[in-house]
Design a protein around this ligand. Structure first.
Ligand code: SF4
Ligand code: SF4
Length: 433
């Protein structure tokens, strides 16, 4: 994945300044039947059926949990079609023809402040489970499982750091929906009976800082405060964020809840707000379309299920259309490359980065140690790579590759342009066998 990690020319500042374009009524929407955590699904609809927006139309099944599938528009179910999923694989998608009426399912109903105030943690957990909320920063981890911890929580951290280059979807979300975020945080504090929350942002984001300084004043007495953290990558990694926001250094593999901390991405707060306030699943999200291969990078607010191809013309089309492109779903450091723009916006797609394809020639390792020096979890990527090349399973295991967070820094900094991260990924798979 050299082309995705070594050629970074960030347009972040400029794109983050532009309001997100609302593109919420495509003719067809596509909902993934499966994802990385839930590889199987049952559908509750048959071809020709009419569906309401937010209606449960199926159930995904995984080894550890199930996840309802929701329609993201009202219209007609036309059958299954294959498209690329965020995991880089061709996947069956449910094709819905939008009737442009946006008929909302009767299961969506507004709760009064009194009803919300009376909700217990267990009831909120169930609502979040039924509305299929997941980590919307890209983790896709089911939010209700985080809610199930029985550890006492005395600090909630909201991750608004968005530390990868290029991506500004959360930046726009924070500027455009501050009240939804603040209310979502209040609901989470209520669930955990927690008196303290910190919204973590990079200190260089002056516009977000201004907005949330004001928000914190408006919500005075709620226990919510703003926390400015560093401007480097991977500051958004939970271990790094917790260290900078609290001074606590988690041990390798230690859960934040062991220290009384729970953390959520800022976009997940909006998902929780909609779930608790309206019993509504995530049907829309912010997404950044950017990269050197695009004429005018932009942010959008779209329905989940929107084909990315429809957004490209609104970005002025491809720059240098004759040049082969690389498409990355997610950030340039941790995202996944897909071979075409036949990409669907799922709940957890934060961005699409389009780059002109540049093929770097790998040189032999010069033992410079850059990959070791930059690894945030203190692994020895070069040694892991050598062990993978010799298929030395015992040696691989002894080098602890499972601690790798796949930040991509070892590839990015490699003097010899070696795709070191890919070797570490292979090592993780071997270590699990
Ligand atoms: S990708 Fe893994 S091995 Fe490479 S620097 Fe990041 S954490 Fe370390
Ligand atoms: S950064 Fe690249 S060249 Fe340097 S030690 Fe690591 S693998 Fe070898």
């Amino acid at each position: 994945m050299i082309e995705k990690t070594r050629h970074i020319k960030d347009t972040k500042k400029l794109v983050g300044m532009l309001p997100a374009i609302r593109y919420t009524e495509p003719k067809y929407l596509f909902i993934a039947t499966a994802n990385a955590r839930c590889p199987k699904a049952d559908l509750y609809i048959k071809e020709g059926d009419h569906v309401n927006s937010c209606q449960v139309i199926g159930m995904r099944h995984g080894p550890f949990f199930e996840q309802p599938i929701h329609a993201t528009c009202s219209g007609t179910y036309l059958g299954l079609e294959k498209h690329y999923h965020r995991n880089g694989k061709l996947t069956d998608f449910i094709k819905l023809e939008n009737d442009f009426k946006d008929t909302i399912d009767p299961s969506v109903k507004e709760r009064t402040p009194e009803e919300i105030a009376a909700l217990t943690k267990e009831e909120m957990t169930e609502i979040i489970k039924q509305t299929a909320n997941v980590g919307l920063g890209g983790s896709s981890f089911p939010t209700y499982i985080k809610f199930q911890t029985d550890k006492p929580i005395n600090l909630i951290l909201i991750n608004g750091i968005e530390c990868e280059p290029y991506i500004t979807a959360d930046h726009r979300l924070m500027l455009e929906f501050p009240y939804r975020i603040m209310e979502g945080i209040k609901y989470v504090m209520q669930a955990f009976n927690c008196k303290h929350a910190k919204i973590c942002i990079k200190s260089k984001y002056k516009d977000i800082k201004e907005v949330y300084t004001q928000m914190v004043k408006e919500y005075a007495g709620s226990g919510i405060e703003l926390c400015l953290v560093g401007n480097y990558y991977p500051q958004g990694w939970e271990v790094e964020m917790i260290k900078n926001a609290t001074g606590i250094q988690l041990k390798p593999g230690e859960l934040p809840s062991n220290r009384g901390i729970i953390n959520f991405n800022v976009s997940t707060m909006v998902g929780i707000y909609k779930a608790i306030k309206y019993n509504m699943p995530v049907i829309k999200r912010f997404i950044t379309i950017t990269g050197d291969g695009i004429n005018f990078p932009k942010n959008f607010r779209v329905r989940v299920g929107t084909p990315v191809k429809e957004l490209i013309p609104m970005c002025g089309g491809y720059k240098n259309p004759d040049k082969e492109k690389v498409f990355i779903m997610g950030g340039p450091m941790m995202g996944a490359s897909v071979p075409s723009d036949d990409i669907i916006v799922t709940k957890t797609v934060t961005s699409i980065i389009v780059l002109d394809k540049v093929t770097d020639k790998e040189e032999p390792c010069v033992r410079c140690g850059s990959c070791v020096l930059t690894c945030p979890v203190h692994l020895e990527p070069v040694q892991i790579m050598n062990a993978v090349k010799t298929l030395d399973k015992e040696r691989i295991k002894s080098l602890n590759p499972l601690r790798c967070i796949e930040c991509g820094l070892c590839t990015y900094t490699c003097t010899s342009k070696i795709q070191v991260t890919d070797y570490v990924r292979k090592a993780k798979m071997i270590a699990k066998l």
